[in-house]
Design a binder for this molecule. Sequence first.
Ligand code: FAD
Length: 435
Amino acid sequence: MEKDTQLLVIGAGPGGYSAAFAAAELGLKVTLVDKNSYLGGVCLHKGCIPSKTLLHAAKLIFESQDAGQYGLNFTKPTIDITKLRSFKDEVIKKLTSGLTFLCKKHKVTFIYGEASFIDSNTVNIQNNGANQNISFDKAIIATGSNPIKFPNIEFNEHIWDSTSALALNEIPENLLIVGGGYIGLELGTVYAALGSKVSVVELTDEILPGLDSDLVKIFKKRLKNIFANIWTNTKLLKVEKSANGLSVSLQDKEGKITNKEFNKVLISIGRKPDVQSLKLEKTKVSLDEKGFVKTNNKLQTNDPSIYAIGDITSGPLLAHKASMQGRIAAENIAGYEEFFNPKAIPACIYTDPEIATCGMSEIEAKIKNIDYSVINLPWLTSGKAVSLDRTDGLTKILVDTKTKKIIGVGIVGVGASEIISGMTIAIENIMDIKQ
Ligand code: FAD
């Protein structure tokens, strides 16, 4: 029996819409469903785009402050938070309408509603009590990820997740960020630039766990001037309402407990795959031990009708990974044979300075017992860095000792995110280094 659609894509984030548009270009009849009425997913509405828009404002503020050192004196900017919020919302609106246009152009049918599986070839879609079933030949799950909640602490108007922080409803005098990962540090940078006194608490012995310590060391030197406190090896115990805002209990490595007052707390302790609503038990799709959907390198799950891409699968939770996987899954479904086997997925942290990495870190090379050497290029010798008065940078290249191939690159410094793409091409194309 002919199905309602050849390809059903669940989730219209960067993974889902890229898959839908690619499949439509390859001639498939495509239906795209999202529980939000708009396209773009977390990246466009609650992630990359609003955060990068606000980080751009933060960069201008910091640059104007630094310029005093070479004779350009700006007065302290007045912050019109309503206008800044509208600018951010306008950026999102423009990009959302671009995606709506592309959806129509590709003749992809968009359905607003929450999808759950009935079996391996049928979903039920619910929207405010209205119900419909859609049958499909193949489906791609691209439902992304959600912020992890801190045990016994509910998000509310004072205890924020990244979405509340990006709403930019107010600039708190004192803000505590729980979690020293990239999302917390980027949002902390925004609020520090806008005038908040920002503190960070991190459970492990260093912020940005997983990154090589030499890169973090250079980054932290400047961060210490921007943030009021960075408490590592420190555990959040509880947050309670107090007369002035929130009373927070923190415990250090030795077990000493201190109570501190903050106006707002932002919990940013990681993200988890959003599988809850899908009723995957009605299919043959299986999950790994961390709850991510298992796939092979063609992005096919254990159910032959169903593929999975983006944050719902393991690996870095990044928008460009999701969109690349979307294209590959669509091509496989359309009858081509494509594999997702990246050697180097670039990852950028848009703080001040930026950090960008691709390929293997030194930590990873050690774990994998790889015989490597490191080439360090401090930015003290970079003409551009000197002319910007920002020599707080390092380019670090990992080379396989035997083959002389570049296996990993880490960069810390102003504009690191713009340099990393060239390095990614070098690793993906197995280039070697001239020494
Ligand atoms: P998502 O974008 O999460 O989209 C999933 C979609 O599925 C959502 O629209 C959701 O409504 C829908 N959905 C879920 N369940 C259902 C259901 N049952 N039925 C129908 N629809 C459903 N990445 C970068 O590469 N660079 C960055 O600078 C960056 N910055 C970030 C900053 C922040 C603050 C955050 C939170 C994330 C950031 N990310 C960044 C990560 C990036 O947003 C994600 O990697 C990306 O959005 C993942 O895309 P996706 O398509 O897998 O899922």
